[in-house]
Ligand binder design. Structure first.
Ligand SMILES: [Zn+2]
Length: 601
């Protein structure tokens, strides 16, 4: 159980005050859900480590998270594909501690009014091309993100047994009010989080109000999940449908399993429901129900979603995996309940958290399918839980159509084919490079290719070593790096637990891959600042392309250079978000939340 959370929860107000005075705890206001569900509560983070401004006031920044806004709220111009200034940012750009040195803001309104400066014609006044909104002294959005970011990071590091290097230099930058929309996103380019705000008018009312997505703990925690999934799976192809689906489920699950480490939240959840039906834990994005006029949450982990019953949109499809994981959680919770419900929730959510993060070590590095993720769950079970959950995982994944009738057999064949390669526990990159270099043929690497060891990470919780490798053309000092990656996992006894190769280049593939790389260079595909990548297309044929991650402010996309499109083709925006276009349309139809255009009238 998280120390600060538990101490804050169990202590009396006087004890919290004492711990705060001693610098052991930092109390801060945070929503547990979102403002439409319940008002904010006071949570605690460990005291100390906060940065201060020139006047000695504390700011919402420590060694891992830094929250600071820009002067403007932007809006996305769909036609031009760029972000433009929309309004002067009316929130404090740098949230400061209050008079007593804490981040408690008990008197802030849950549903703040939005006042827009208007001219004689009633239209918003534009200054430097941006609307002027009456300034807010509201901090709860920023404090809610800050609390979520610190606690989700603690949880993921605890489950994965390692420090997870997110953001830039270990610090995750966050803009709590960055753009106008009911959405939020993680930019894999700047490795930062951006949260949106949206104006709304409830039915049969005239007041214009504003919703900060930052005040939704689950939106914040979901986005923080993206920021952690990225360094756990550093080479995932951001345009890959399977990866993008998985990371949406990762965000929702990171939010669910982390909040079950908060004893106050657990008590409230258990008092209100039996967790088997749709409940405040399983429902994500309740604000959406207000804006869409349906009262339904945006996503619900209590669901019967299957691959064939969901549209091929990443958030919708992610509910299949989230639903399967939640069903598994309920199963464990039921089994463990003899020891008391709160303890059962804590244990079951820890197990689900371990599955969530360790699946990243047992999946292919670049492109991944939901079936690959399902197989990784079997592997986590086999390695860390003695295969206890295998049958129920297979049943659940088959029911969800994540697995077909062949999946389990394929997984067994993969297990049986693992080569005999050893790396003793406790050794680093250099030893791993020696082991990999001496076993290239066993690792499926053709004679014209090699592997460069990029990292050797230890899971201290389960005592395994995760080695990430990059495919090279050639070997030794002249080897040319390719945008293809593999992963090996070694057990504490040094034996190989798992291996997912970069694209196989052995056998006949060796000559074919060399010929394709030659052709790609002849076409100049290598001259765009990104290494060439060997990929298999849908028909399992080898192809070569170069993918360049580009960004313009908060907008991120990939330009792919292929033999068919040697001058580049733009692939879908790769920033993982909170919501989908389908849902945006439903909201627009309801007319509660106002579009940027409507707010300009
Ligand atoms: Zn997302």
């Amino acid at each position: 159980m998280n120390g600060a959370w538990a101490r804050c929860d169990l202590a009396s107000a006087a004890q919290i005050e004492q711990s705060f005075e001693r610098g052991q705890l930092m109390p801060l206001s945070s929503y547990d859900d979102d403002p439409f569900v319940a008002d904010a509560t006071v949570e605690c983070l460990p005291g100390g480590g906060f940065a201060a401004n020139d006047d000695g006031r504390l700011v919402l920044a420590n060694a891992r998270v830094a929250i600071e806004d820009e002067p403007f709220i932007y809006r996305f111009d769909e036609a031009a594909g760029v972000f433009r200034r929309f309004a002067w940012n009316p929130w404090p750009r740098l949230p400061l501690s209050n008079g007593d040195g804490s981040f408690r803001y008990p008197d802030e309104p849950r549903f703040p009014l939005l006042e827009i400066e208007r001219g004689p014609d009633g239209r918003p006044v534009l200054r430097d091309g941006a609307q002027v909104w009456k300034p807010f002294d509201l901090q709860r959005g920023a404090t809610t993100i800050f609390e979520a970011a610190n606690n989700v990071k603690d949880a993921v590091e605890d489950w994965s047994g390692r420090a997870v290097p997110w953001g830039v230099g270990g610090v995750l930058g966050v803009e709590a009010h960055a753009f106008y929309d009911y959405n939020a996103f993680y930019s894999p380019s700047s490795r930062m989080l951006f949260f949106g705000v949206v104006a709304y008018r409830l039915p049969d009312t005239t007041e214009l109000r504003v919703f900060e997505t930052a005040t939704s703990w689950e939106i914040a925690a979901h986005e923080v999940g993206h920021a952690l999934h990225h360094p756990l799976k550093p080479h995932a192809d951001g345009t890959d449908f399977g990866w993008r689906t998985w990371t949406e489920s990762f965000g929702d699950q990171a939010a669910m399993w982390t909040q079950l480490r908060d004893p106050g939240r657990v008590r409230a959840l258990l008092a209100a429901s039996d967790l088997g039906e749709s409940n405040a834990l399983s429902r994500m994005g309740e604000a959406f129900g207000v804006f869409a006029g349906t009262g339904e949450a945006q996503r619900d982990a209590v669901n019967d979603a299957t691959v064939s019953s969901t549209p091929p949109q990443v958030h919708a499809r992610s509910e299949v995996l989230t639903g399967a994981a939640y069903a598994f959680f309920l199963d464990l919770y039921g089994e463990l309940s003899r020891q008391g419900r709160a303890s059962a929730v804590e244990q079951a959510s820890t197990i689900l958290g371990v599955f969530l993060v360790r699946a990243a070590d047992y999946t292919p590095e670049n492109q991944v399918t939901l079936e690959d993720v399902g197989k990784a769950y079997l592997k986590v079970d086999a390695e860390l839980f003695a295969g206890r959950y295998r049958d129920r995982l297979i049943d659940e994944f088959e029911r969800r159509e994540i697995f077909d009738a062949q999946s389990f057999g394929e997984w067994l064949a993969h297990e049986a084919a693992l080569p005999d390669v050893r790396l003793p526990f406790g050794l680093g990159v250099r030893a791993a490079a020696d082991v990999v270099g001496a076993n290239l043929d066993r690792l499926g690497v053709g004679p014209d290719f090699g592997l460069r060891v990029e990292s050797a990470t230890r899971d201290e919780r389960f005592r395994q070593t995760i080695v990430r490798v990059q495919l090279t053309q050639g070997r030794g000092a002249d080897a040319v790096p390719l945008d293809d990656h593999g992963v090996l996992v070694f057990r504490e006894d040094g034996s190989l637990a798992d291996h997912h190769a970069a694209v196989a280049t052995d056998g006949a593939s060796n000559a074919e891959a060399v010929a394709l790389l030659d052709e790609a260079r002849r076409l100049g595909l290598h001259a765009h600042g990104a290494p060439l990548s060997i990929v298999r297309d849908a028909e399992r044929r080898l192809r070569v392309e170069a993918r360049v991650l580009r960004s313009d402010g908060p907008a991120v996309w990939v330009d792919a250079f292929t033999p068919d499109a040697p001058h580049g083709e733009r692939r879908e925006v790769v920033s993982p978000t909170w919501g989908s276009e389908l849902q945006a349309e439903r909201m627009a139809g309801a007319g509660v939340a106002l579009g940027a255009g409507e707010l300009g009238e």
